[in-house]
Design a protein around this ligand. Structure first.
Ligand SMILES: [Zn+2]
Length: 351
């Protein structure tokens, strides 16, 4: 009896130590993964083809960034894609703001979103044009805590449909180029000066954007909220941790903010790694890749390389360099169960 008590646990621990607690680069095609933030504005399907090769499912974050016709077109196209790939594709709906000043806007928007959800949309996206661009008939900038949104967000909360928000911008957006921490930000704002808030001091500050978003969450405690791009708190895992603690009904995707994670990892790898382990149930992998009928071969190569590079950072402790920041840093080598959550289970749970 005594011997059995000793030997059995010994044998069990031997079995556990034989199967590694970490994934390797070779595991990349074998592990089921989800890119929880990409965009498709193309009738061809180059992204899904590559996703299937790399064992990814795709979540398209449809966004109102242009015009209302496009919102309708993208919704139709996404519903079609869902029919063709019911297991491997999902998408968010969005809504158009053009008729904001009409008395029927709220009711029409709720009816529109309900029809999108009936067709298969699993969440609703709001974008930074709320707070940084869109104005009502009196030229007042509309913010996300505007009371007019309340019945819509209440409706979504009641149905358990998550709101996906890209609100505000990375903190770099309010800084001059020479103070920006990552090259993806300096490149983006060089190409999009209309969104470079350092040049537009008449717009709300970074702190105001964050405060407005939080006032909206305070009003809607039952709303599930997915903060795109690390909830625009990409510059500090400490600040992001505080925010996640304050709002338990939230998760974040890391789309297009790997540069800020790399930057903080270069400064203090253990801190970033501890953050991922502590908040392993609240972080979703995503890239922000846009499929817009680019040349097929180079687009698919870029998708594959982006996914592989991020995998290397998250699962190995290789020394890594990136065109997103200067210098070298080591991968986080997260345990398998954390990787599985970030790459798949959290998306399934939160959406
Ligand atoms: Zn995006």
């Amino acid at each position: 009896m005594k011997i059995k008590n000793l030997i059995l646990p010994l044998f069990a621990s031997l079995i556990i130590s034989c199967s590694s607690n970490y994934y390797s680069m070779e595991d990349f095609p074998k592990v089921e993964k989800t890119d929880a933030h990409y965009h498709i504005y193309s009738a061809e399907n180059n992204s899904m083809e590559q996703a299937q090769k790399d064992n990814f499912k795709l979540l398209a974050i449809n966004t109102f960034s242009d015009n209302c016709e496009r919102v309708v077109d993208v919704q139709k196209q996404s519903a079609e894609l869902l029919k063709n790939y019911p297991e491997d594709f999902a998408y968010t709906a969005t809504f158009c703001l053009n008729a904001w000043d009409d008395s029927t806007w709220v009711d029409n928007t709720i009816a529109w979103l309900d029809s999108c959800i009936a067709d298969g949309a699993i969440a609703v996206k709001v974008w930074k044009n709320i707070g940084m661009e869109f104005r009502d008939k009196d030229s007042v900038l509309i913010m996300i805590d505007d009371p007019k949104f309340d019945p819509i967000f209440k409706h979504l909360a009641g149905k358990g449909i998550p709101l996906v928000g890209h609100l505000g911008e990375p903190k770099n957006c309010w800084l001059p180029f020479n103070e920006m921490t990552t090259k993806n930000d300096s490149n983006y704002f060089a190409e999009n000066p209309q969104y470079h808030m350092f040049l537009h001091p008449e717009f709300p500050s970074y702190e105001e954007q964050m405060a407005v978003r939080d006032r909206m969450l305070d009003k809607n405690p039952d709303l599930i909220f997915i903060g795109c791009h690390l909830a625009s708190l990409e510059w500090s895992v400490d600040e992001l941790a505080k925010w996640l603690d304050k709002y338990p009904n939230t998760a974040v995707d890391m789309a297009a903010r790997m540069g800020q994670l790399f930057f903080q990892t270069r400064e203090n790898r253990e801190k970033v790694r501890d953050f991922f382990i502590k908040y392993q149930d609240r972080i979703l992998y995503g890239t922000d890749i846009i499929d817009r009928s680019q040349e097929k071969e180079s687009f698919q190569k870029r998708m594959h390389e982006t996914w592989l590079k991020d995998w290397e950072y998250l699962v190995t402790d290789h020394k890594i360099t990136s065109n997103l920041i200067d210098g070298e840093f080591s991968g986080l080598k997260l345990p398998k169960e954390v990787v599985d959550k970030i790459y798949r289970l959290n998306t399934e749970n939160w959406y």
